[in-house]
Design a protein around this ligand. Structure first.
Ligand SMILES: Cc1ncc(C[n+]2csc(CCOP(=O)(O)OP(=O)(O)O)c2C)c(N)n1
Ligand SMILES: [Mg+2]
Length: 314
């Protein structure tokens, strides 16, 4: 089981390393919001979900997609704008989704998927389903009215929903101190009828797994929402494939290594007795999968010209 988690973490990391290597060739036209550094959250919140659960993500969503599907053919096809991509080559990196695997929605509009997630939790309640909904969003979302309306509605109706704030402290280049009229999200939701345990180190995959397992139990037993904040460090610029230390709005932390969720999980496995060769074998498989999918994606067909306005409602 632990190796299955490792495989997911590594798949997310290796896919994004491939994007970073390929992007300068300008064949991938979609903007990319990389979530390197966030792997522990993407895997931790999706790994142990009960059957029938639904996840609503957002534009920084490579990890959620890869953790929930494990597939890379349609993923890379989408990034290369090919017709066999997850969105027929039209959605790009901000709209990776797989409804058939429970990843229902993604959007480039900040906050937009939170109310849809809340609606899905209401549908579950109507249907008498014990499944949970997970709404994953960035730390700018609690500055949007839509978040508070959704939270209010979910608390009022006792919905089984887990709100997960993937907190990197930044909205593009702007720190929370310049945006928020409140302190922490956990404190701010204190008056609502929901559970809001203290925030979690999102680069510690095991901590996220444990917190989400606890949140699932809580929302199922008490029929109240749970609000989790998972802190992590965004490695690259807000959008694009470069590091941006030189721009001056943030600096590289001293405890850099401790913030790497993949390295931390590797250490956990080594401590558990997994051999370095065992880890290398997983890495070899993942690298091969990524290389093959990349090759196939670049050979894929672009959408036909006469399909230009398919899916456009006028
Ligand atoms: C409604 C809306 N307002 C503004 C924007 C412009 N915008 C794009 S990303 C972003 C920052 C969001 O930050 P956060 O929610 O913390 O997510 P992160 O990018 O850090 O993962 C903003 C303001 C937008 N896309 N949608
Ligand atoms: Mg942020």
């Amino acid at each position: 089981l632990d190796l299955a988690i490792y495989r997911k973490l590594l798949l997310i990391r290796r896919c994004q390393e491939a994007i970073i290597a390929e992007y300068p060739k300008d064949e991938i036209k979609t903007p990319v919001h990389l979530d390197v550094g966030m792997e522990g959250i993407s895997v931790g919140v999706t790994h142990g979900l009960p059957t029938g659960s639904k996840v609503f993500g957002y534009y920084r969503g490579h990890g959620l997609y890869l953790a929930m599907t494990g597939e890379t053919d349609r993923y890379f096809a989408e990034l290369y704008g090919r017709s066999n991509g997850t969105g027929g080559g039209r959605g790009g990196s901000m709209h990776l989704m797989a409804p058939e695997r429970g990843l229902m929605l993604s959007s480039g509009i900040v906050g937009a998927t939170v109310s849809a997630a809340t609606g899905a939790a209401l549908a579950h309640q109507y249907q008498g389903s014990g499944a949970v909904v997970v709404s994953v969003f960035g730390d700018a979302v609690p500055e949007c009215g839509e978040f508070w309306e959704s939270l209010n509605f979910a608390c009022l109706h006792g919905l089984r929903i887990i709100f997960v704030c993937a907190d990197n402290g930044l909205a593009a280049q702007v720190p929370q101190s310049q945006r928020r009229g409140f302190g922490s999200l956990q404190e701010a939701v204190g008056g609502f009828e929901c559970a809001a345990p203290t925030s979690i180190d999102g680069s510690d995959t095991n901590a996220v797994l444990a917190a989400v397992a606890q949140a699932i139990r809580h929302t199922q037993e008490h029929s109240t929402p749970v609000v989790l904040t998972c802190c992590y460090f965004r490695y690259y610029e807000h959008v694009g494939t470069y590091e941006d230390w030189h721009t001056g709005y943030r600096s590289k932390p001293a405890n850099w290594e401790a913030l790497d969720p993949v390295a931390r999980y590797e250490q956990h496995l080594l401590d558990e007795g997994v051999t370095p060769e065992g880890l290398a074998a997983v890495d070899g498989e993942v690298r091969e999968q990524v290389a093959q999918s990349l090759r196939r994606a670049r050979r894929g067909l672009f959408p036909a010209d006469d399909s230009l306005i398919d899916g456009v409602y006028v």
